[in-house]
Design a protein around this ligand. Structure first.
Ligand SMILES: [Zn+2]
Length: 458
């Protein structure tokens, strides 16, 4: 034992004495209510779809508590959400209650699991008492669901025969197995697949803000797939496309899961289309026509939400599968799988693409456009202000700025040419003459700029 250790050594009687003093101090400092006991009974939860979820907790309290909270965790979420609940005015045997609103913008997807615990703090500064957990799944109770289960998929439907459910199950299981094998993922956790038979019920389930033309939606957080399939459509060819398409998204999500960065949307959608229906004739001609017309959206423009207009929405899917098709032709399926799986390491898009194929995203984008024989799409959106006259020696920087930042407008290029002209004239001239020329060049540039804007406007 070192001298330092000895200096901190306290004898047992001394520790006991200190303990008694501290306990006395604590008793003196903590208000009476802090010592109040909280006894928890069995909590309950009940929900009504589209209305709310009610949590109840019987408790016995010695006195009115200082704080009552409800801790809620839902599927896929890390920590609990804490809801402050108004404490009761007095003690005794009472039932704490909180109703979670699920209407309108508070919409909750069906099949979302909830676990809740009540936390009661008798007085500020006192340790809170935590009640027992209670769990439920928020179900769409408007219908009586039939269920059929396979190794991974559980199909739930409310209209149509057993044959209907079994066909949907077969399509789903095949799609899961095929995609999981391709991406090297083992799917063990069940996937719930809810089949709605009418459009309004389907949109009610998905909630406000659901985009038009959506026929299916996968939610990886709760491993649930929703699809609109009427019983008479179960044999339709599109059904064997929409189910695998959505299930590919679930497997894709499992393959790339990381806390930092999700892959670009075109890669996710492109793979889903490629595996469920292939790069078919309709998508090929849509992409070819857009390439010819110069209306292709670059892949960098398809990294997030797709466009909303019907034509552009459809073209976005066609371009996505085209890019995946090109990727496989140029680099092979193994490289595609390696690319997708590498996102699980939390890589950026450029890091993932460079590691997989030695090209960053813009390099791949350019190669894809070249394969289509398409010119680089013109950049749309706000443009930088036109360049004005600048001192000699700055012209190179201006030229670079004018040609790369706003390719859609002739304005910057015109101004750049003027500025270049200014630079050439100024070299070797007297300072005063140069200044006069600069003023003249600025005026020319301004006129050119105005004409370009007018031309654009008409
Ligand atoms: Zn999709």
């Amino acid at each position: 034992m070192s001298a330092g250790d000895r200096s901190r050594t306290t004898t047992a009687p001394a520790r006991a004495a200190i303990g008694i003093v501290l306990s006395a101090l604590a008793l003196a400092l903590v208000p009476t209510a802090a010592r109040a006991a909280t006894t928890f009974g069995s909590p309950t939860v009940e929900s009504t779809f589209g209305t709310g979820i009610t949590f109840r907790q019987p408790v016995t309290l010695d006195a009115a508590p200082a704080r009552v909270e409800l801790l809620i965790t839902t599927g896929g979420s890390g920590g609990a959400s804490v809801i402050d609940v108004t404490p009761p005015a007095g003690g005794g045997s009472i039932v704490l209650e909180h109703r979670l609103n699920t209407t309108g913008t508070e919409h909750v997807l069906p099949n979302t699991p909830f676990t809740a615990r009540w936390r009661v703090t008798s007085a500020i500064g006192a340790d809170p008492a935590l009640g027992p957990p209670v769990s439920t799944t928020y179900v769409d109770d408007r219908f009586t669901w039939q269920t059929v289960s396979g190794p991974v998929v559980r199909v739930h439907w409310y209209q149509g025969s057993q044959v209907f459910g079994e066909r949907a199950l077969r399509i789903g299981e095949d799609a899961i197995a095929k995609t999981a094998t391709l991406l090297g993922v083992t799917e063990k956790e069940p996937v719930d697949f809810f089949v709605y038979a009418d459009q309004q019920a389907f949109y009610d389930a998905l909630g406000p803000g659901t985009r038009e033309n959506v026929g299916g939606q996968a939610n990886a957080e709760i491993r649930t797939l929703f699809a609109l399939i009427r019983p008479e459509d179960i044999d339709a060819s599109w059904v064997s496309i929409v189910i695998p398409h959505e299930l590919v998204h679930l497997v894709f999500d499992a393959a790339v899961k990381n806390p930092y960065h999700f892959p670009p949307r075109w890669l996710n959608e492109g793979l889903a289309v490629y595996l469920s229906q292939g790069f078919d004739a309709g998508d090929r001609s849509a992409v070819a026509n857009a390439a010819k017309a110069g209306t292709l959206v670059p892949l960098t423009g398809l990294g997030g939400q797709f466009p909303t207009s019907a034509d552009a929405f459809s073209l976005a899917y066609a371009e996505s599968v085209s890019a995946v098709d090109f990727f496989i032709r140029a680099h092979g399926q193994d490289a595609l799988v390696a690319l997708i799986r590498s996102y699980a390491d939390g890589r950026t898009d450029d890091e993932a693409f460079t590691a997989a194929i030695g090209q960053d995203v813009s390099g791949f984008d350019a190669a894809w456009l070249a394969d289509l024989g398409a010119a680089a799409p013109q950049r749309a959106g706000p443009c930088p202000a036109p360049a004005g006259p600048l001192p000699v020696g700055w012209t190179a920087a201006v030229a670079s700025q004018g040609t790369t930042l706003c390719a859609t407008s002739g304005t910057a290029a015109a101004a750049t040419q003027s500025a270049n002209g200014l630079g050439g004239l100024a070299v070797g001239a007297f300072v005063v003459a140069a200044l006069l020329l600069a003023v003249g060049a600025f005026a020319v540039a301004t006129r050119l700029t105005r004409r370009a804007r007018d031309d654009t406007a008409t």
